[in-house]
Design a protein around this ligand. Structure first.
Ligand code: MTE
Length: 314
């Protein structure tokens, strides 16, 4: 989509970029979180040589029967070679060939802001503390293509409950990585990096909103947003931010990369809606990326029953 955007002449400074902190020792984190001992009971059988849990173990996870519709899945290889990941390149078919230098272990992540119990830990630790499951979701990009994929992960609400949002928290801001030495796309565009996204707290707490660590029964390949990404199935795909390093609870609606670049084209809410065209194309139908067939786009991407009540005016 960005290929078609008139690029702004300005450059947003690095003021928003929070540099990733060095990964601190696991025991320190657990002690800080009051979680010593929990790990021992939470499936940490598979340890790396460095005594960290191995997040690649345990796949495939059981599918949650609630999210196991009788839909034909998109071909796995097609999905893995048709990616939007602008940190690497704007060429979808090339992303999977450009991720070799991208280091996803260690991967410090922090959950911070207006919360009672902020966390800063390695993603391997985080994953080891939460039960993973598989869910089949529809996924609709704002560019009018779609796929149906089985994600592995857990509801974002499970993590938010752990950190205990304060009453003043109204929105959740997500931030992706900023490693120009590992991803050539940072240098190719003057976007306001790092990639950021946001949700209202009620949207983030909705049971459909996931943090995904896997796809097709395996850990996420790098091009799909390893080691951890957001999946919000009733919103256009750009809301599903990849390779996140920070989740921040805030009281104001956060600015996001796409809304900053083109607010009329990529507004904050961005629920899938076939009756509201994108300023430059229709959203009434969508193209299935593997068969090339077309399907009617559904309100809220087919999840109206679950989420329409979040939007009383729509
Ligand atoms: N997250 C980051 N960090 N960078 C991106 O460029 N692209 C978004 C979203 N998340 C993007 C991102 C867009 S536009 C889409 S459609 C989906 O990721 C694509 O996810 P997929 O490549 O796993 O299908």
């Amino acid at each position: 989509m960005a290929n078609l955007i008139l690029r702004p002449k300005w450059w947003i400074s690095n003021r928003e970029i929070t540099h990733e902190h060095a990964f601190t020792h696991r025991r320190h984190f657990l002690r800080q979180l009051g979680l010593m001992g929990i790990g021992a009971t939470l499936g940490m059988a598979s340890l790396h040589a460095d005594n960290k849990p191995d997040p690649s173990k345990g796949y495939p996870y059981a599918r949650n029967p609630k999210y196991s519709p009788e839909w034909r899945l998109t071909d796995e290889k097609t999905a893995a070679k048709y990616n939007n990941f602008y940190e690497f390149t704007t060429v979808k078919a090339a992303v999977h060939r450009m991720v070799d230098k991208f280091v996803i272990d260690p991967w410090p992540i922090e959950i911070t802001g207006l919360v009672e119990k902020p966390m800063k830990l390695d993603v391997a630790e985080l994953i080891s503390q939460i039960t993973l499951e598989e869910r089949v979701y529809r996924f609709r990009c704002v560019e009018a293509w779609s796929m149906i994929v089985p994600w592995t992960g857990f509801p974002l609400s499970a993590l938010l409950k752990k950190v205990q949002p304060k009453a003043a928290a109204k929105f959740v801001r997500f931030q992706s990585f900023f490693k120009p030495d590992q991803a050539p796309g940072f240098a190719e565009t003057s976007y306001p990096w790092p990639y950021t996204e946001g949700l209202r707290l009620e949207e983030a707490m909705h049971p459909l909103t996931m943090l995904a660590t896997g796809i097709y029964g395996k850990p996420l390949p790098k091009q799909h947003g390893a080691p951890i990404r957001v999946v919000v199935p009733w919103k256009y795909g750009y809301k599903s931010i990849k390779s996140i390093v920070k989740i921040e609870l805030v009281d104001q609606q956060p600015s996001t990369l796409w809304e900053t670049l083109a607010p009329k084209e990529y507004p904050f809410e961005s629920n899938v809606n076939p009756t509201v065209p994108h300023p430059r194309w229709s959203q009434a139908t969508e193209r299935l990326i593997d068969t090339g067939g077309r399907a009617n786009t559904l309100p809220f991407n087919g999840y109206a029953t679950e989420v329409a009540s979040l939007y009383p005016k729509s």
